[in-house]
Design a binder for this molecule. Structure first.
Ligand code: NAD
Length: 415
């Protein structure tokens, strides 16, 4: 019998692990069928007086380990199947990071570059009016993701609090610090990834000053990763955004690149480096390749040409399942998103904890705690890799799946 609402992509991603862990049908169902799926359509008055109907989604995939948690994406290609897979990955990511949350994800099908700021605010508030009944600090907590930011989180928080008539900062994370956001949140995904990388390169006997890094994507995550890596003496030799890539085999001057990007809204026209294509940047000779843009960037078409020794997934699901098999055969170490980009949700967890205490930590305290969580998670997976003699991805999935299923078992959902 066809199963309703099953996440086919999740099903495929669990393939290897299901076999290794000998998962039964009920366990696979729990891991591949989202608990709650919402699709909203809502009208927004545009600047020219017309009314446009937008579509928004929220999926609360699994809440066995705690309230569901996950970002909101504003992108023209947001669709339900992608949101399902991304919310499933969030459930695994929270388990890997050892934080007491389940997984969720949401978004609106919209190109934020094509609407005015006022329209963006009305879309954000209208989305929250649809969602507010189904979320809360103890049920489901959204956060920023692609093309959403602290300003949008602030509008959404304000809308939520106006409706419920009281303060509830823990309903959303990634807020501006003035509204209860956590220090370090703005760079947390990138910094968390750098903490993981620092542990992984030790296994390869590499040192930052001899490590050549390529970063795909120059938004919140990619730009901050390039900046932190450059500050820590890694050689960042190439970066790209949606318009172009730039390359300097010695090392890019990242501060100048950031200034150029801020002034021109694009990397195009950056004079002190060679311009290269989106295809070329991924295939450069380097030690570490960091996809930090969108999903499905390393595919069966280009996987064979990847020359990096390590792929650190800061974007969500940037390597397809077929490409992953090719990279494994080429003995390229792929550090999956559910570990590499977990820093964002770890600091989101810190933000939520601080909101519930109404007591706020210093930057130093947050940095120290983030490092501890990321290093613990990395060491845990290194141990599992050795135990199971498997890739980092398989070890992470085995450990995360076990944690989710254990929680279901303790609740009596599974025997
Ligand atoms: P963002 O919108 O700030 O940046 C995305 C960047 O990717 C932009 O610079 C854009 O120009 C670039 N880009 C788009 N298509 C590209 C292409 N084909 N080649 C090169 N660059 C391209 O988004 P973000 O918040 O930086 O998120 C990036 C990724 O990291 C996403 O997959 C997101 O889900 C993931 N992520 C983000 C967070 C977070 O806290 N922001 C946390 C975990 C994971």
């Amino acid at each position: 019998m066809e199963k309703e609402n099953v996440c086919i992509k999740c099903y495929n991603m669990l393939d290897k692990v299901a076999e290794k862990l000998k998962l039964n049908e009920s366990e696979i169902d729990i891991l591949t069928i989202p608990k709650r799926t919402f699709t909203f359509s809502f009208p927004v008055i545009m600047d020219d007086g017309s009314t446009k109907i937008f579509t928004g989604y929220r999926i609360q995939f699994n809440n066995a380990r705690g309230p569901t948690k996950g970002g909101l994406r504003f992108h023209p290609e947001v669709d339900l199947e992608d949101v399902k897979m991304l919310s499933f990955l969030m459930a695994l990511k929270c388990a890997v990071a050892n934080i007491p949350f389940g997984g969720a994800k949401g978004g609106v099908t919209v190109d934020p570059k094509k609407i005015s700021k006022g329209e963006l605010e009305r879309v954000s508030r209208a989305y929250m009016r649809e969602l507010y009944k189904f979320i809360g600090p103890d049920t489901d907590i959204p956060a920023p993701d692609v093309s959403t930011n602290p300003e949008i989180m602030a509008w959404m928080l304000d809308e939520y609090e106006k409706i419920i008539g009281k303060h509830a900062p823990g309903v959303i994370t990634g807020k501006p610090v003035e509204l209860g956001g956590s220090l370090v949140k703005d760079i947390s995904t990138s910094l968390g990834g750098v903490f993981v990388l620092k542990e992984i390169i030790k296994e390869f006997n590499m040192k930052p000053e001899n490590t050549k890094v390529v970063v795909q994507g120059f938004g919140n995550v990619g730009m901050n990763a390039a900046k932190i890596l450059h500050e820590q003496k890694y050689k960042v030799i190439a970066v790209s955004d949606s318009k172009t890539g730039i390359y300097d085999e010695k090392s890019l001057e990242i501060e100048k690149v950031i200034e150029h990007k801020k002034n021109n809204k694009s990397l195009k026209g950056f004079k002190s480096a060679k311009e290269i294509t989106h295809e070329e940047i991924l295939e450069l000779d380097c030690d570490v390749l960091i996809p930090a843009a969108l999903e499905d960037q390393i595919t069966k078409e280009n996987a064979d040409n990847i020359k990096a020794k390590i792929v650190l997934e800061l974007a969500n699901h940037p390597v397809t399942a077929e490409a992953d098999t090719t990279l494994e055969k080429k003995r390229i170490a792929v550090v999956p998103d559910i570990l590499a980009s977990a820093g964002g949700v770890v600091v989101s967890y810190f933000e939520w904890v601080q909101n519930s205490m109404n007591y706020y930590w210093t930057e130093e305290e947050v940095l120290k705690k983030l490092e501890k969580y990321m290093i613990t998670a990395t060491k845990e997976v290194e141990k599992e890799c050795k135990n199971f003699k498997c890739s980092i991805r398989d070890a992470l999935y085995i450990s995360a799946v076990n944690k989710v299923l254990d929680a279901e078992r303790l609740r009596g959902v599974l025997k």
